[in-house]
Design a binder for this molecule. Structure first.
Ligand SMILES: [Zn+2]
Length: 259
């Protein structure tokens, strides 16, 4: 089956999205011999610095987070990492989150050029709700959707963090019911190593659920929804990517056998 896939490209808004949302799946694909490419829109300067020294200014944090992204990509086994070069806006006074300053047409062309360069069969990006509503995640979802539809319609587009019934997670996109969900436990060490790379985010990873360790913060279920090509309602995707995920142990949440 792996012979039928030539590569996968994940397009995220921030350094760490690749790991948190889909890192186990990317590691699994890499271990199956499938080229994995990661691209990140922003430099992450608008995020937290945690307890990492030398990251106390936005410029320094951007520098550290670029290194963290490369470290995580290595842990996942990615073949390439691309930076789209946008400045990550700082959070507002009430912790408001913002999209990044990009002309959407230019961003779409940039993504299309990256697809042409890396030649994936499948592009992965954020969900239509931006997971927890993050404007930069929504921006990447829309721009990726447009890039595929308008420039490379033979490429599949799957969104990540698709909603899996019966599993609670604040990052699930309610508007994107999952077509496939994968228990990434067999690849958890690669995902854990990638999370350890994102040192500036460790305080944040643990804080929300009052966890003691980064390992406890690992999401063991990752999920996707086919966004392109459009499928008729209640028809599950049957493409080579879906077949490969099923071969890796993924299940179709609509058709999960009773425990
Ligand atoms: Zn993000």
């Amino acid at each position: 089956m792996s012979g039928t896939l030539h590569g996968v490209l994940f397009l995220g808004a921030h350094p760490d999205d690749e790991t948190i949302m889909i890192g186990g799946t990317l590691a699994a694909l890499h271990q199956r011999g499938i080229p994995v490419h990661i691209a990140c829109a922003t430099d992450g300067r608008g995020g937290e610095a945690g307890d990492v020294p030398n990251a106390s200014t936005p410029g320094a944090l951007a520098h550290v987070r670029q290194q963290e992204l490369r470290c995580a990509a290595d842990a996942i086994g990615a073949d390439s990492v691309a930076q789209l070069g946008y400045e990550d806006p700082l959070m507002g006074p009430e912790n408001e989150l913002f999209g990044f300053a990009a002309d959407e047409d230019a961003l779409v062309r940039q993504i299309a050029a990256l697809i042409c360069k890396t030649q994936p069969d499948v592009v992965l990006s954020h969900g239509s709700d931006g997971e927890y509503g993050h404007p930069a995640h929504k921006q990447m979802h829309h721009a990726t959707f447009r890039a595929v539809c308008e420039h490379t319609p033979d490429v599949l587009f799957y969104s990540v963090a698709a909603a899996v019934p019966g599993i609670e997670d604040r990052i699930w996109n309610a508007g994107d019911p999952a077509h496939l969900a994968l228990d990434i436990t067999p690849w958890i060490e690669a995902k854990h190593a990638a999370m350890l790379c994102h040192r500036t985010q460790h305080v944040l990873f643990k804080r929300r659920r009052k966890l003691a360790t980064v390992r406890e913060a690992i999401r063991t279920v990752e999920s996707v929804r086919c966004q392109w090509p459009a499928l008729s309602a209640d028809r599950p995707p049957e493409d080579a990517f879906a077949q490969l995920l099923l071969a890796l142990g993924a299940w179709r949440p609509d058709h999960r056998p009773a425990p």
